[in-house]
Design a protein around this ligand. Structure first.
Ligand SMILES: Nc1nc2c(ncn2[C@@H]2O[C@H](COP(=O)(O)OP(=O)(O)O)[C@@H](O)[C@H]2O)c(=O)[nH]1
Ligand SMILES: [Mg+2]
Ligand SMILES: [Zn+2]
Length: 304
């Protein structure tokens, strides 16, 4: 066993410094080499591990990441299941627009999971987001409805569950992952914000081929902090814009108020939802502002 090197997936990273890595079928409890201290392995990372015993090892290196979400940190995310609801606590649409744009920017797909359908059917949300090109699944974690369909999204890669606190993420995952019992409802809230049990992200093997993880939700949205700084990529983060972009008159069109802009025209014609476009415009100005305030950053970026 000594000096054997394996490749594995980080499934959790405890504050104690223990990193759990799944290599083949075994979980290794690891420490990371000191050189990784500044950018430590996070759940989802693919790493090389030097095995010391049959379940203890050292993380030597992190393989290049496809992406990395912050707060909570998860790497190599393929899919975001955004849990939303029209029942209490009703999901703010701007939150959906922000989170899905962020996911697209990172190269992850968003699936809208409309929960609590036993209380409110969620048809308004479904209509808006299906029209915009998202896949949606209506579920009731309480009754177990729609859960089967959700499993069809968990057959590969890393799937992150996100959504506002109280929307039912942990309840859904408890349905999806037999044997896993995540704290739900009053219980998790009772523990208090500071030491929320879901602060620590753990990847679970879904039983359908991929990995899933619960998150405490990403409550604040700061596009810059999340790494969304390239304004040219922003229109591509709105799926209903993508096929229309070639129709704009100006190649450098910002799609905010321009003449003969295919996006603005589609909003006027009712083909693109006005609130979604307003969210785009807001993000556009945030990113523009950031560029204006940090010109040196962008000159540097262009050279890379
Ligand atoms: N009526 C109804 N209540 C639900 C459903 N799913 C979850 N809840 C309740 O919503 C509350 C929050 O659920 P929880 O899973 O902790 O949400 P989380 O904060 O997103 O993880 C709990 O009281 C659940 O029992 C559902 O499908 N229908
Ligand atoms: Mg929860
Ligand atoms: Zn345009």
């Amino acid at each position: 066993m000594a000096d054997k090197i394996l490749c594995g997936r980080v499934i959790s990273n405890r504050s104690s410094g223990d990193i759990h890595v799944l290599c083949n079928e075994s979980i290794f409890r690891c420490r990371a080499l000191g050189k990784l201290r500044r950018d430590p392995p996070v759940p989802g990372d693919l790493v090389s591990v030097r095995c010391e015993t049959e379940d203890v090892g050292t993380v030597l290196e992190i393989l290049p990441r496809k992406n990395r979400l912050t707060r909570p940190a998860v790497a190599n995310v393929d899919r975001l299941i955004l849990v939303v609801s029209e029942a209490e606590p009703a999901t703010d649409r701007r939150y959906i627009d922000h989170m899905s744009a962020m996911a697209a920017y990172m190269g992850a797909e968003t699936v809208l999971c409309i929960n609590k359908c036993d209380v409110a059917d969620g048809e308004c949300l479904r209509a808006v987001y299906e029209k915009a090109g998202f896949r949606t699944v209506s579920v009731s974690a309480l009754r177990g409805e729609g859960i089967e369909l959700l499993t069809s999204f968990l057959t590969d890669g890393v799937t992150v569950f996100a959504g506002n606190s109280g929307v039912g993420k942990s309840s859904i995952l408890n349905r999806l992952l037999p044997g896993v019992e995540l704290a739900t409802g009053e219980l998790s809230r009772g523990i208090g914000r500071g030491k929320n049990t879901t602060r620590h992200v753990t990847l679970h093997t879904s039983g359908y081929g991929g990995f899933v993880c619960d998150t405490p939700g990403f409550s604040t949205f700061d596009p810059i902090e999340m790494g969304m700084t390239d304004i040219d990529r922003l229109p591509l983060c709105f799926p209903e814009f993508v096929d229309r972009l070639s129709g704009c008159r100006y190649t450098d069109c910002g799609h905010t108020t321009e003449e003969d802009c295919a996006i603005v025209d589609a909003v006027r014609a009712g083909e693109i939802d006005a609130d979604r476009h307003a969210c785009y415009v807001e993000l556009f100005h945030t990113l523009k502002d950031y560029q204006r305030r940090n010109p040196e950053l962008f000159r540097k970026n262009q050279r890379i």
